[in-house]
Design a protein around this ligand. Structure first.
Ligand code: NAD
Length: 428
């Protein structure tokens, strides 16, 4: 049996496919297929019981032609240099399609943070900065939270960097807590960014949101605000959301005949996105085990949980009414499912366009840190709306002019912008 393809090989093959469509020069492609800089370092941490444990940390800077590298730090046991490389490359394309003046970066530590006490987490986080602080900074590379890391950790990282740099430097990291240099609007940014994309896609497809129904996978940060956005900002109905129940080790779909009330469900959901299904069923919600969300009669599907959820098997269950697929999660769709969408004329808003609201408001956070002047929530979200609308329109214009699938069009817009920046800087 063939070895499973790793994330970085997948990122490179996606790039190669679009490089061909763009007729990109082979030497330019070679530059873009690889990260410009990669760091792997050791972080020895004193544990609470007095023992010493060694962790390995990474930071990859894929391409900074358009501005400082940007991207989260993942704390996950299966983190490797290759997963970080892939994520860094995807960040380059995400920042470029969103047209924010940043490059792509990503970092990580191979660790399950839930196995560490809070003081151990703090020592690990500060140790990560101690090893890499010379190679990051507001003008070099600006990390952020990702899987397994959180705003509190970003606060510690900013503090450690500021101490080493000898000056308060909030712009070194985004995703900081409010009051500690964070931006208003960041919590809802990714889900509302999904909503603005859905609104623009519906305009394009001449669909009336008020008459449309959405089905959503997940009920974490992205899904909650995508559901709130779909109902409150667009006036549509959300038939269901779904979640992974950590106690039962099973997924559930929660629906309501009149449409769910996302604010109510949010009030009975924990920080991991697990809904209290007993409370929900007392309020008239229907609880079904499994991935029923994907087969609901809906106009719009919003996968906002994990990668690979819409695949050769699940795609067959999609209801014939579905016309729009808005990818809130990173990589929710496999290539087989993509073929289904193409042949059934389902409009796809690809992940790195659809969920670019998070990095866009992260960029706004560094802008506010630089100015030491903070915007209202409305200002942040209004600027986000403008950026997302422009990004969506540039992808649709590319798809129409080149007669390509929207995912390819998004890549083409992004790669084209990065190549132009490389040309303007005299790199190629
Ligand atoms: P989260 O951890 O807050 O929520 C994840 C949700 O998915 C939870 O409700 C969980 O129960 C649910 N889930 C997990 N497995 C499931 C399954 N098999 N079936 C149904 N539900 C399941 O995560 P998040 O921050 O909302 O991120 C979701 C996705 O969006 C990820 O792919 C993430 O990389 C991507 N993303 C997030 C952001 C952000 O700002 N949070 C930005 C860009 C992309």
């Amino acid at each position: 049996m063939a070895e499973p393809i790793n994330a970085f090989q997948m990122a490179q093959s996606q790039f190669d496919h679009v490089a061909k469509l763009l007729n990109l020069d082979a030497q330019v492609s070679e530059i873009l297929r690889w990260p410009m800089r990669e760091y792997k370092f050791m972080i020895p941490v004193r544990m609470d019981n007095g023992s010493l444990r060694v962790f390995f940390g990474y930071r990859v800077q894929h391409n900074d032609a358009r501005g400082p590298n940007k991207g989260g730090i993942r704390f996950h046991p299966s983190e490797t240099l290759d997963t970080v490389r892939a994520l860094a490359m995807w960040m380059t394309w995400k920042c470029a399609v969103a047209d924010i003046p940043l490059g792509g970066g990503k970092g990580g530590v191979a660790v399950d943070p839930s196995t560490l006490s809070t003081p151990e987490q703090e020592r690990l986080v500060r140790g990560w900065i101690d090893q890499i602080w010379r190679n990051i900074g507001p003008r070099q590379d600006v990390p952020a939270p990702d899987v397994g890391t959180n705003p509190r950790m970003m606060g510690w990282m900013m503090d450690e960097y500021s101490k080493l740099a000898g000056q308060y430097t909030p712009g070194v990291i985004t995703g900081k807590p409010l009051g500690g240099g964070g931006s208003l609007g960041r919590t809802e940014a990714t889900g509302f960014g999904v909503t603005y994309n859905v609104r623009e896609a519906m305009k394009h497809l001449k669909m009336d949101p008020a008459r449309c129904v959405a089905a959503i996978q997940g009920f974490g940060n992205v899904a909650q605000y995508a559901a709130i956005g779909f109902t409150e900002l667009l006036g549509g109905k959300v038939a269901c959301v779904s979640y992974w129940d950590r106690d039962d080790r099973a997924s559930y779909t929660i629906s309501h005949p009149k449409g769910i009330n996302p604010r109510y469900l949010q009030s009975i959901t924990d920080v991991y996105g697990t809904i209290d299904k007993k409370k929900a069923s007392k309020e008239g919600y229907v609880v079904e085990e499994g991935d029923a969300w994907i087969s609901k009669e809906a106009d719009v599907l919003i996968p906002a949980a994990l990668e690979g959820q819409v695949n050769a098997e699940t795609v067959k269950k999609i209801h014939s009414r579905v016309r729009l697929m808005a990818e809130g999660a990173n990589g929710p769709t496999t290539p087989e499912a993509d073929e289904f969408f193409k042949s059934n004329n389902i409009f796809v808003v690809p992940d790195f366009l659809c969920n670019s609201g998070g990095v866009t408001v992260s960029y706004f956070e560094s802008v506010q840190n630089d100015m030491n002047f903070y915007w209202t929530r409305e200002e942040a979200l209004q600027r986000l709306d403008t950026k997302i609308t422009q990004a969506f329109n540039s992808v649709v214009a590319m798809a129409e002019s080149e007669k390509v699938y929207t995912r390819d069009a998004a890549y083409m817009v992004a790669i084209d912008r990065v190549v132009k920046a490389m040309e303007l800087r005299g790199w190629i």
